[in-house]
Design a protein around this ligand. Structure first.
Ligand code: PGA
Length: 232
């Protein structure tokens, strides 16, 4: 079964040559590359098979210095936007902000990849607390449940960049839990320290439709191994 790979380059790389090389390596079917905004036009020139996404998307155009709107993102050829990544939530993004961003993105025809997931303090409280936490994050975007333009990425905060991914069985059960709220058609990705070492075990789980990959997506050796393992 083919999986969707969303490459979240985060604030990498710092030069065009590396970006070009990463785009070339990532140019495969079922891949969405989400580079920093500044590299989206470069990606548009290079990518033939993979799609382009942004790492955020603002809800309006106008006097908002530094923001980039959904229509601007679309105008340079991106079709996806990651919204509500935990790193942005940590910088102050609220559930209401996320709802407004998702609404504007979907209206513009972009597919919103919304990140949800619990921090370690909530995980420590147990499964019920974790599910309540995720439900609350999802309830903010409840009006978009059932939309084909909505993808959910389950990214436990403690797993992101830690080298300590969730157990595949736990990630699969969270994907099912998320779908029990959003509806069966919603694609659910797993993200958080996905690497070549563990990706096959996750890929065996049919509940998981794909992966949101940070660090591993800007490491050419690691990324090549993952594509090989997934036969992409
Ligand atoms: P990671 O990041 O793969 O480096 O853990 C995932 C993400 O934050 O999207």
């Amino acid at each position: 079964m083919s999986k969707l790979i969303v490459a979240n380059w985060k604030c990498h790389p710092s030069n065009e040559e590396t970006a070009k090389s990463l785009f070339r390596l990532s140019d495969r079917d079922n891949v969405v590359v989400c580079p920093p905004f500044v590299y989206i036009p470069l990606g548009r020139e290079i990518l033939k098979k993979a799609s382009l996404g942004a790492q955020d998307s603002f809800w309006e155009e106008g006097s908002y210095t530094g923001e980039v709107s959904a229509s601007q993102i679309k105008s340079v050829g991106a079709r996806f936007a990651i919204i509500g990544h935990s790193e942005r939530r940590a910088m102050g993004e609220s559930d209401l902000d996320i709802k407004k961003k998702v609404s504007a993105a979907i209206k513009e025809g972009l597919t919103a990849i919304v990140c949800v997931g619990e921090p370690s303090s909530i995980k420590a409280e147990g499964e019920e607390a974790t599910n309540d936490f995720i439900s609350l994050q999802l309830s903010a975007i409840g009006e978009f449940f059932g939309s084909e333009k909505l993808i959910i990425a389950y990214e436990p905060v403690w797993a992101i960049g830690s080298g300590n991914p969730a157990l595949p069985a736990d990630a699969a059960s969270k994907a099912s839990f998320i779908r029990s709220l959003t509806g069966n058609k919603t694609k659910v990705l797993y993200g958080g320290s996905v690497s070549a070492a563990g990706i096959s075990e996750f890929a065996e789980r049919e509940e998981i439709d794909g992966f949101l990959i940070g660090g591993g997506s800007v490491n050419e050796e690691e990324l090549t191994k993952m594509f090989d393992l997934l036969e992409m």
